[in-house]
Design a protein around this ligand. Structure first.
Ligand SMILES: N[C@@H](CCC(=O)N[C@@H](CS)C(=O)NCC(=O)O)C(=O)O
Length: 217
C-alpha cells in the first residue's frame, strides 16, 4: 500500500518552492518508497477540513498517512525520521553517528530554521513594520554567525556525518534553501558547495519538479 503525503499548492509567491512538504517528497524520492500525494489548495484553506484535522490537528502540511502501519504523522522532521526507519536508509550505522545525525537534525529545526526563516520574513513580509530594519540586520548577523560555524564543520566534507548522505543533510539542505536569494552564503563557501552537491541529487530534482507542479503533475 502507498503512503499518502498531504501537500500544499497555490502558496503565496514568496513561499513558492519552500512549503515544507518538499522535505517529505524529497525523502520519499530518495528512499523509493511508494507514495501518493493528496494536494490541498492552500489559498482555499483546503488543509483546514475536518477530515484532514484527524490526520494533523494543526491543519498544516506536511503530514502522512501510512495504512501499512496504521500511522498518521505530522512534522516534517518526524516524518523524514520515520521514512528513514521504515526504509532502513539514510541513518548512520553506529550509535554515535546516529546521535550526531539527531544532533544536527535538532540544530537544523530548532536553532537554525527559526532564525533563517525569521530573516526571510523580515526581508519579504514585515518590511513596513516599525523597527524591521534593525530586526532584519540582527537576524542577518545571527544567521551569518550560525553559517560561519557550519562552514567550519563542513570543511573537507560532503555530508554532516561520515561523508554519507543522511536525514541530517536532507533537513539541512531544505532549511538552507531560505538563504539562497540573499548573500548569506558568500562568506560560507563550504556551505555553498555542500548545498549545491545536495541539490544535484536526482531525487532532489524529481521531488522539486513535483513540488512545484502540484496536482497538475
Ligand atoms: N514545523 C512544521 C511546520 C508546518 C507548517 O508550518 N506548514 C505550513 C507550510 S510550510 C502550512 O501548512 N501552512 C498553512 C497553514 O498553516 O494553513 C513542519 O516542519 O512540518
Amino acid at each position: 500500500m502507498s503512503i499518502i503525503v498531504y501537500a500544499g499548492y497555490n502558496a503565496p509567491p514568496f513561499a513558492k518552492g519552500l512549503i515544507r512538504d518538499f522535505r517529505v517528497l524529497w525523502m520519499l524520492e530518495e528512499t523509493g518508497l511508494a507514495y501518493d500525494v493528496k494536494w490541498f489548495d492552500l489559498s482555499q484553506r483546503g488543509n483546514k477540513s475536518e477530515a484532514y484535522l484527524v490526520v494533523n490537528p494543526f491543519g498544516r502540511v506536511p503530514a502522512i498517512r501510512d495504512e501499512d502501519t496504521d500511522l498518521s504523522l505530522f512534522e516534517s522532521g518526524g516524518i523524514v525520521g520515520y521514512l528513514a526507519q521504515k526504509s532502513g536508509l539514510f541513518l548512520p550505522a553506529t550509535l554515535n553517528e546516529n546521535a550526531k545525525a539527531n544532533q544536527w537534525l535538532a540544530f537544523t529545526i530548532s536553532t537554525l530554521e527559526p532564525i533563517i526563516v525569521d530573516h526571510f520574513f523580515a526581508e519579504h513580509f514585515w518590511t513596513t513594520e516599525i523597527g524591521n530594519k534593525e530586526r532584519q540586520e540582527k537576524l542577518y548577523r545571527q544567521s551569518a554567525g550560525l553559517l560561519a560555524v557550519l562552514n567550519n564543520e563542513l570543511e573537507g566534507h560532503v555530508a554532516l556525518i561520515g561523508n554519507e548522505f543522511s536525514i541530517a543533510d536532507l533537513m539541512m539542505g531544505c532549511v538552507l534553501r531560505y538563504t539562497l536569494e540573499f548573500d548569506l552564503l558568500d562568506e560560507a563557501p563550504e556551505v555553498a558547495r555542500y548545498v549545491h552537491t545536495l541539490y544535484g541529487r536526482p531525487a532532489f530534482k524529481r521531488a522539486y519538479d513535483l513540488h512545484l507542479s502540484g496536482p497538475i503533475a
